[in-house]
Design a protein around this ligand. Structure first.
Ligand code: SAH
Ligand code: SF4
Ligand code: F3S
Length: 468
């Protein structure tokens, strides 16, 4: 099925802006809001857009959801537990509303795009005032205005592949910012629901991306994280196609101190991209490269379009072009039909690559995906045992892998006070590994130079090299 991206017109965006003003002038509009976010960086960034619109409506953030007049849940459905958690929390708000009858409750995000979910919400969760899908985000002012006027449960979902430019954004961090370069995904990995809930892959125009990056740089942002489900295939379908490597080269030239990106698909990781990274000033020496499995047969049934050997070839190229590069990955255990032997191929791959970190998941069947209908779903007890073995292996290797940093200098963008001690600060180094060092509140948002002294509980400890 051919589908093309729909750019929301300037007129339509202006109409929504006028509705924002209309809400601001309503005598009895909600005064405070709380956004609860589940899922990945895409969702976190969508939540920043929702907050941006709410602030323009004159609302201020409430510290907890119980204190807010307007509560919105931005949901994820990539695994069953993500979905269960979101629905559980929404249901709990039903109780809260008994004592806060004026509270307005909305649910949005990927879960709402699931087939049948909108109807289910209407029927089973009558206390929800508004539900809308990922492609309806730019219509939020209109939807909220209708909700406030009617309060009888409004659901809006479309499966159009929209690109909406110019939404206001209230960024959670001033020092580091998300920048979406593409929406949706065309890969249809057989386990994954994302293409069904986020639509077809579509890229933003280069000029829009560069303009946003320029604005961020002017406002003093130190680090930009480029977002897309598969950033390596950026640029397809543009009137003037541009590769991801070329886009990175142009961003690198702008002089933003740090550039990162997520997520890369191994099948689209080009030599051109590796070359650009090797020659760049500002692209950080790190790479998140989800492998999912170390077994060729499983990779094939996952529809990943690469073999173990091809993946390892990419890893070798990255390591030789960018020495010391930080590598991280995502792994699924117990894909349907996975045998003990096939699982051991994943263990041996982890041993071979030596990741700085790995996100590990038990396969979760998602209705509508191809894998959900496959034979040989693995029993829970086996899955739990496998994931524990995988985590134990990764942890034991990680300690050793991180030791390569001891004695080296790092530059760390300080995110906050360390959770372990009030006298310490922590943040991410250029290799995306967490680093902890002495410091205070005043360092948050700054890039601090330090020397790594030891590895402790899989974190790097450092001494400062600046005069703090
Ligand atoms: N676009 C990204 C991220 C997608 S979701 C990518 O291609 O890597 C993030 C991770 O969730 C995936 O990498 C995968 O490891 C995991 N995941 C996706 N669907 C899953 C499922 N049905 N069960 C378990 N893990 C899943
Ligand atoms: Fe899902 Fe695969 Fe697309 Fe990632 S690349 S979002 S895992 S379908
Ligand atoms: Fe979840 Fe949607 Fe992201 S399903 S992982 S929030 S794209």
């Amino acid at each position: 099925m051919e589908r093309t991206a729909v750019h929301v017109s300037r007129d339509e965006m202006e109409r929504q802006e006028r509705l924002i003003s209309e809400i601001r002038d309503l005598p009895q509009r909600p005064e405070s809001y709380h956004v609860v976010t589940y899922g990945c960086q895409m969702n976190a960034h969508d939540s920043e857009k929702i907050a941006g619109m709410l602030e323009q409506m004159g609302m201020h953030p409430a510290p907890t959801r119980e204190d807010a007049d307007f509560v919105i849940f931005n949901t994820c459905c990539v695994r069953e537990n993500a979905e269960r958690r979101a629905l559980g929390n929404v249901t709990w708000l039903k109780e809260v509303r008994k004592t806060h009858p004026h509270m307005v409750i909305a649910v949005c995000g990927c879960m709402i795009q699931e087939p049948g979910m909108a109807e289910k919400i209407l029927k089973q969760y009558k206390f929800i005032d508004l539900a809308f899908g990922t492609a309806n985000l730019h219509q939020f002012p209109e939807l909220l205005l209708n909700t406030l006027n009617r309060r009888d449960g409004l659901v809006q979902v479309t499966d159009e592949d929209v690109i909406a430019e110019g939404l206001p954004i209230r960024r959670l961090r001033q020092d580091a910012a998300y920048l979406t370069i593409m929406y949706g995904c065309d890969n249809f990995c057989s386990f994954c629901i994302v293409p069904y809930v986020r639509g077809r892959e579509r890229s933003r125009e280069v000029s829009d991306i560069l303009r946003e990056a320029e604005g961020l740089m002017q406002s003093g942002v130190q680090e930009i994280m480029l977002l897309g489900q598969n950033v390596n295939s950026y640029g397809k379908g543009l009137a003037d196609p541009v590769s991801f490597a070329e886009l990175l080269r142009r961003l690198d030239e702008m002089g933003i101190p740090r550039i990162r990106f997520m997520t890369s698909h191994p099948k689209d990781l080009s030599d051109e991209l590796i070359d650009v990274m090797a020659g760049s000033q500002h692209i950080l020496p790190q790479f998140h490269l989800p492998v999912q499995s170390g077994n060729d047969e499983i990779l094939k049934r996952m529809n990943r379009h690469y073999t173990r050997e091809q993946y390892l070839d990419r890893v070798r190229k990255l390591r030789s072009a960018v020495p010391g590069i930080g590598l991280s990955t995502d792994i699924i255990v117990s894909f349907p039909g996975e045998t003990e032997e096939q699982f051991r191929d994943t263990l041996s791959l982890v041993e071979e690559v030596r990741y700085d970190s790995a996100f590990t998941f038990i396969y979760s069947p998602r209705t509508g995906t191809r894998a959900a209908a496959m034979e040989g779903q693995v029993p829970e007890a086996v899955s739990k045992e496998r994931i524990q073995r995988l985590i134990a292996l990764q942890e034991s290797l990680q300690q050793d892998t991180l030791r390569r940093f001891v004695g080296t200098e790092e530059e760390v963008l300080i995110e906050g006070l360390s959770r372990r001690s009030g006298q310490a600060i922590s943040g991410k180094g250029r290799h995306a590994v967490s680093v902890t060092m002495p410091g205070s509140d005043a360092d948050i948002g700054k890039i601090v130079r330090c020397r790594i002294t030891e590895v402790k509980n899989n974190t790097l400890m450092a001494e400062r090299l600046d005069e703090a």
